[in-house]
Design a binder for this molecule. Structure first.
Ligand code: GLN
Length: 185
């Protein structure tokens, strides 16, 4: 198995390091040809508007959509989730793979970053979830399964078929369980 990590901007190096720690082959994706032979793809955190601009300029939007349509699992963390969402609440390029409505920067600014122990479906014990200018999932469509909410009901992790989206950053922890969960899809 070879896992791609979208490396246009943002926290791709941390995902690469987590995958290396798990002994999984991984490749950074910057151009359409980098997708050849990959089995799955992680879209990291960063700035979703920048992902959109660079992906359009790199002619990656259609190859990424084709990669998804071929049934390859994809996982977006934070900005990566926004980039996979159908409705971002404002005009910016998105792959529209998951039938979710997200609200960007829903928890405030960089200084409002926080970590919390989250209960996540599929994990036996709470996960240390890091939120940095994170989006929340406002609405999910019929085919979307909610995997985790904060205590107030705010949705922060969801799955739709082979697509996984998390508001938080598992790659910034030492806990590999979310990566293992994704690799098990
Ligand atoms: N606020 C960023 C956005 O809207 C996401 C932040 C992150 O990925 N940590 O794209």
């Amino acid at each position: 198995m070879v896992v791609g990590v979208l490396a246009l901007q943002g926290g791709f190096a941390e995902h690469m390091a987590m995958l290396a720690g798990l002994g999984v082959s991984a490749r950074e994706v910057r151009q359409p040809r980098d997708l050849a032979g990959l089995d799955r793809l992680i879209l990291p955190g960063g700035e979703s508007t920048t992902f959109g601009k660079v992906a359009v300029a790199s002619r990656l939007m259609e190859p990424l959509a084709d990669f998804a349509a071929a049934g390859h699992p994809m996982w977006g963390t934070c900005a990566g989730l926004i980039f996979m969402a159908r409705d971002v609440g404002r005009p910016q390029p998105s792959l529209a793979l998951m039938d979710v409505t997200v609200r960007r920067n829903a928890f405030g600014r960089q200084v409002d970053s926080f970590t919390t122990a989250l209960t996540i479906k599929g994990l036996r014990s709470p996960f240390p979830a890091v939120f940095i200018r994170a989006p929340l999932i406002e609405k999910v469509g019929k085919g979307v399964r909610v995997l985790s909410t904060l205590d107030d009901g705010t949705i922060v992790a969801a799955r739709q078929g082979a697509f996984l989206g998390t508001s938080f950053h598992p790659e910034l922890t030492r806990d590999p369980r979310m990566h293992q969960l994704f690799l098990g899809i």
